[in-house]
Design a protein. Structure first.
Length: 62
């Protein structure tokens, strides 16, 4: 749940539609879901823990 403290998570929690969708996701037990905010932005969230290999790939892509 550490990721729920990030900047994007703050945006999702402040948005009414995003907060409702996030609550549904947490209660559903799904691995991932696309959350769409009231302003039209969409975010893919996942409950899977990132591995160091995933982190290296994202750093190399930046």
């Amino acid at each position: 749940m550490k990721a729920l403290m990030g900047n994007i998570a703050k945006q999702i929690r402040k948005d009414t539609k995003g907060r409702i969708e996030l609550q549904k996701f947490v209660g559903s037990g799904e691995d991932s879901r696309i959350i769409k905010l009231s302003n039209g932005k969409s975010y893919v969230i996942t409950s899977e823990k990132r591995t160091t290999e995933d982190e290296k790939e994202s750093e190399n892509a930046a």
